[in-house]
Design a protein around this ligand. Structure first.
Ligand SMILES: [Zn+2]
Length: 324
């Protein structure tokens, strides 16, 4: 197992923190996002500007201004096109810098405070250290369990999927995306579902082969659906462990592929999340398509027969083809 090199630590710091410049309006000016109005709130100010992502997202420049940045949290949002993020995202997007350099750019201009992010909140939770020995009680999934879920033994091995012979539950390891260190696992059975340890940082990693890099990746909600996709010969399948996909998870995906197929569940939470991810990440240069659920009643890829699943993937489409 690799240890953390100083670069890894620096990159993780940059990836998971939310530095807010001491002079938000000044920093916006240096990013060519000129402040046109200010709205003072109780403990912070909203700086309004024309949305810098509007042209790329909607094909039209923002005239309103629709874009605002909060002085305290560093969160920005365009209420018209949905472009949103934390301040470091804006630096990254406007200057075309990698994350670590965007972090340094803000540091050079004076960091006022760390705004809270979802990741930082999660980091406050207690964390147990696990070793690989914790998995020693589990073994490879038996043939009948594989057949029931239409998974191959090869796919389970590739994704490190194990089986608890006592409870007859699937064991889906959750690992550090950079070092492969074991953080915990998701235990899944018929109508049974548990994360171990409680509060494991699953929003900071992905389920899948984290060493994989390639042209086209597929994002699913459930780990077993990612194993199913791999069993069907679909490369680069990852799972986010739910409909909510974090910033950190999207960055991990963007580092790994040129093109992402969004295959979140075919329900309202999945569709809402999918549309938000598209609005937010398309302007950041990530090409995306939607898994083709048209004419399919299945809730997710795991519910489809082989042929339907393959054609839903092959028929992945851009969002506009959905609108009539
Ligand atoms: Zn906009």
């Amino acid at each position: 197992m690799k240890t953390h090199s100083p670069t890894d630590v620096w990159e993780q710091l940059a990836a998971y923190s939310n530095p807010v410049p001491s002079d938000v309006a000044g920093a916006m000016g240096r990013l060519d996002v000129e402040v046109l109005r200010e709205l003072s709130g109780e403990d912070s100010t909203e700086f309004l500007a024309r949305c810098p992502a509007h042209q790329a997202l909607t094909g039209k420049a923002d005239r309103r201004p629709s874009f605002s940045v909060n002085s305290r949290s560093g969160l920005f949002h365009c209420f018209s096109c949905g472009y949103a993020g934390v301040f470091i995202d804006l630096v990254e997007d406007q200057l075309g810098l990698p994350r670590a350099e965007a972090f340094q750019w803000i540091a050079r201009h004076g960091v006022h405070r760390q705004g809270d992010t979802e990741e930082q909140e999660k980091r406050k939770e207690p964390r147990e250290r696990l070793t690989e020995a914790a998995l020693a009680l589990f073994g490879p999934p038996p043939a009948e369990a594989l057949a029931r879920r239409r998974l191959t033994a090869e796919a389970c091995a590739a994704f490190g999927v194990l089986w608890d012979p006592g409870s007859r539950h699937w064991i889906l390891p959750i690992r550090d995306p950079h070092t492969g260190e074991l953080w915990g696992w998701q235990e899944k059975g018929k109508r049974f579902f548990r994360n171990y340890p409680q509060g494991v940082f699953k929003s900071r990693t992905l389920f899948g082969d984290l060493t994989w890099r390639g042209r086209k990746a597929l994002l699913l909600e459930s780990p077993l659906d990612a194993v199913r996709a791999h069993s069907l010969g679909i490369e680069g399948a990852f799972a986010s462990f739910g409909a909510h996909v974090s910033e950190a998870q999207m960055r991990l995906l963007k580092e790994r592929c040129e093109f992402l197929v969004l295959g979140l569940d075919n329900d309202s939470a999945g569709c809402t999340s999918r549309d938000r991810l598209y609005a937010r990440w398309r302007p950041r240069g990530l090409a995306m398509k939607f898994l083709d659920y048209r004419g399919i009643s299945a809730k997710d890829l795991g519910d489809m027969d082989d042929e339907t699943a393959r054609s839903a993937y092959a028929g992945a489409h851009y969002p506009w083809r959905r609108r009539h």
